[in-house]
Design a protein around this ligand. Structure first.
Ligand code: ZN
Length: 263
């Protein structure tokens, strides 16, 4: 758990879990490209992924971005929220960056089948809803479809104002409806990235393709455009999978773009 501020918005990074993966299993044709980037990997060539969620608080509003990988992965999201001093029923809005299973697993109380965030509306990117309801992935069937039957889902497209300072932005490629959140408050900027940039490795090498990008060419195009924007505007960035707790900025250096974790 780590707190930061963007103007009047409090951003709390919540770590559901971390897991490490062989870099060659994360990126397409990684072996040669990653050679110069050994410093980002451990001795066995593995990269540690954070599975992070973000809490955004402004005035009376409490917004949770993504719900993590859940109890099957020993996720700690409810504990992280408790540590942040936030009750589950204080969350008024859950926004999904996308509907991969590592972003949706704490939606429901597994014992009762009720929404874990009892007062929240759940905002789902429509293109992901259409895609995953058609393909019927196991995590969609278990964690997302029941929300609609419970009447708590709002489908969103493109830009949707969440508060006066926060707006969603379509950032497709990783999934068809992938969505980020733009924060503009009191002259400061923030950006909840989702999976647009996956790890520090593809910040340096944005042409690398992740095996989890559903439309790899579009994901690459979006990654490059968003990296350029975030370097230029200096946004505080909350990233789902960049090393925990996933708060920092992208900075340009002679060797490329580098992730600078928040101190
Ligand atoms: Zn993810």
């Amino acid at each position: 758990m780590k707190r930061a501020r963007v103007g009047n918005v409090e951003v709390v990074a919540l770590v559901d879990c971390t897991e490490s993966y062989d870099a060659n299993g994360v990126y397409v044709d990684a072996a040669e490209s990653i050679a110069p980037l050994r410093g980002y990997l451990d001795a066995e060539g593995r990269v540690t992924l954070n599975f992070g969620c973000f809490l955004l608080r402004e005035g009376s509003r409490t917004i949770l971005v993504d719900t993590g990988w859940g109890p099957e992965h020993h996720g700690l999201l409810p504990d992280e929220l408790r540590e942040a001093g936030v009750g589950l029923d204080e969350v008024d809005t859950v926004v999904f960056t996308h509907l991969h299973g590592d972003h949706t697993a704490w939606n429901l109380d597994r014992a009762t089948g009720k929404p874990l965030f009892a007062r929240a509306r759940y905002l789902v990117p429509r293109a992901d809803w259409d895609h995953y309801s058609a393909s019927g992935t196991a995590s969609f069937v278990r964690d997302v479809a029941p929300l609609e039957r419970l009447g708590v889902v709002d489908l969103i497209d493109g830009e949707r104002a969440l508060t006066a300072s926060m707006t969603t932005l379509a950032t497709p490629g990783h999934t068809p409806g992938h969505t980020s959140i733009v924060i503009t408050s009191d002259g400061e900027r923030g950006f909840i990235l989702g999976d647009v940039v996956f790890t520090e490795v593809d910040a340096v090498l944005p042409d690398l393709l992740s095996v989890w990008d559903e439309d790899q060419a579009l994901a690459r195009q979006t990654r490059k455009a968003i990296l350029k924007r975030l370097v230029e505007d200096g946004s505080l960035v909350g990233a789902s999978h960049i090393r925990a707790p996933g708060l920092g900025r992208f900075v340009r250096e002679a060797s490329g773009t580098r992730w600078q974790a928040l101190a």
